[in-house]
Ligand binder design. Structure first.
Ligand SMILES: [Zn+2]
Length: 288
């Protein structure tokens, strides 16, 4: 067994991000759970069928967003990598994660979980500066290649991802391992599964609407008057003044004060020139 460290970013109760370092143990013998295995992995429990044309590996985002499609009993030979399962658990919450767990437990569905992050040859540590999302995709691809080789190339593997970069980078990298979009997968492998295509359309439509909404407000409740760099440069050059806005909580619509930094004075901001004044303010908003 090999010991390594894994850095996790967890969200705290107030939405603050907390960095946690965990000891991480890697083993040489994590079972693949495929009926094709010739490497003496334990064969107890549910095994992935060998009577399919390919195995399919959903990337984390596909597992998060399209789980309801992966639940179609027609889709067989699905390998959920541990990395994808954890992404569902952390980003989508307990309800969706339980759905995934039930799907994997259900003997009628031909799908399994492979604990890729515990296997010493399929685990890849996160690189410095690499985003969580990119690392998750790279981990899943790496584990897919491992799985293909572990089954001695007897079964083509198709990784389905929403990451265009990954499609370009990994698409032609390993013979027998295909990296394509989920849409492409449904179009080519399941052209007649009409209900799956319809569900795909409605899920992507809902996601597009959510994304354009959050893009409009830039993820914030109100759009910024000026970008942060311009404000910072303006404060440095003396063009803008930095201060703290204190809003009168009893007359929040009407009255606020700006406490200037390094200056003892207060400046009243009245409603009439409120929006104009806000452009000059860089700092915290507090209620008095
Ligand atoms: Zn095996």
């Amino acid at each position: 067994m090999q010991r390594t460290e894994k850095v996790l970013q967890l969200r705290g109760q107030q939405g603050r991000s907390v960095r946690v370092v965990r000891e991480h143990y890697l083993r040489p013998d994590v079972p693949c759970r495929s009926g094709l295995c010739g490497a003496a992995c334990p064969r107890d429990g549910k095994l992935l069928s060998d009577d399919v044309t390919h195995y399919v590996v959903p990337d984390w985002k596909v597992a998060q967003d399209y789980l309801e499609i992966l639940e179609f009993p027609e889709l067989k030979g699905i390998i959920f990598m541990q990395t994808a399962c954890q992404a569902v658990q952390h980003q989508k919450g307990r309800r969706q994660y339980n759905k995934l767990r039930n799907l994997v437990k259900d003997a009628r569905h031909d799908c399994i979980v492979f604990a890729n992050e515990f296997h010493q040859h399929s685990y890849v540590p996160r690189e410095k500066g690499e985003s969580m999302e990119k690392w998750q995709t790279r981990s899943i691809y790496n584990a897919t290649v491992w799985y293909y080789n572990h089954c001695l190339g007897q079964m083509p593997l198709v990784m389905v991802t929403e990451d265009e970069d990954a499609i370009r980078r990994y698409g032609n990298e390993t013979e027998g391992v295909f990296v394509i979009s989920f849409k492409n997968y449904l179009d080519n492998f399941w052209p007649d599964l009409k209900a799956a295509h319809e569900l795909f359309e409605s899920i992507t439509q809902a996601r597009r609407e959510r994304e354009s909404e959050s893009q409009e407000n830039n993820g914030k409740e109100y759009p910024e008057h000026l970008p942060m760099e311009i404000l910072e440069a303006g404060v440095k050059s003396g063009r803008y003044i930095q201060g703290i806005l204190n809003v009168n909580k009893h007359r929040a619509q009407l009255e606020a004060f700006v406490r200037l930094q390094g200056v003892g004075s207060k400046e009243t901001v009245s409603r009439s020139h409120h929006s104009l004044s806000c452009q000059y303010i860089l700092g915290t908003l507090t209620l008095i």
